[in-house]
Design a protein around this ligand. Sequence first.
Ligand code: G3P
Ligand code: CA
Length: 311
Amino acid sequence: MKSIVSLAACATVLLCVTIPGQERESVVGHKKLIAHRGASAYAPEHTLASYRLAIAQGADYVEQDLAVTRDGVLICLHDDSLERTTNVEELFPSRGTIDASTGRQRWLAVDFTLAELKRLDAGSWFDATFASERIPTWEEAVAAVGTAAGLYPELKSPPLYRERGIDMTRLFVDSLRRLNLAAAPAERLVVQSFDPRALRDVTAALPRLARTLLIDPWNGTRWLSPEGLQEAGTFASDLGPGKALLDGRPEVVRMAHEAGLTVTPYTFTTRAPGRISDVTEEMRYYLYDLGVDAVFTDNPDRFPREASAGR
Ligand code: G3P
Ligand code: CA
């Protein structure tokens, strides 16, 4: 019975995995490259320039971190607030609020309308040549990526929006219905979140979508046991751990595969070298030695498509 259930679940995962006792055909037959915030080592994260460069560099998927504006529009932004990647302090100096945990001012995206956010320069913080870049809406990102690559949206900080009475998951599900993506196959769209509740809600609304449960060293240990992985498999098809959680631990990848989950660690980047300082070699270790199925990287051009590529 378990094998039959696993077989059915496998039809919707990003990459099929080997179920003990059953030879399975892959939905997609090779390792996957997810461009983290676009080609964000070379262009400002979450701009259309970054997404287009990622496609030019051969990304299989382009990632979008999602936030919500005051008027309920999904936009592409990693941080909850705007000051790191835009000139919001300059344009709206009196609109900051104090972050109780740090005591510092911040400019939350949810406190601004889309029209206000569209006035911000989202590129100059990275390089002056990108000064014309604007924060894209999720729907603009979908249009820009088109069918040149898959989409990999993350529901970022759902609890922040719940506190304000905003159901981010419902906004997302509604957008997928509008965009005719509600039954998108895994090759076209994978939704991700650190928030299990958000993924459970997506599962209830759109059970055919592929879903990545993100984990980090702080919430990860709960999930990295056979029981935890079985539970994760009830609402996710893929596990997205911080890469340090897997380093030197091929048994974790094997356990996840045995639970019917593919594995997609983050983040591989030249901007913060890991234990293996060459990013191509680092990705190669995770993909071909540890056996993960895909990686998030800021450097799509450095992805080792085959085990021996670039050697
Ligand atoms: O979504 C995978 C990875 O991007 C998670 O980390 O903080 O870059 O969204 P973060
Ligand atoms: Ca992300």
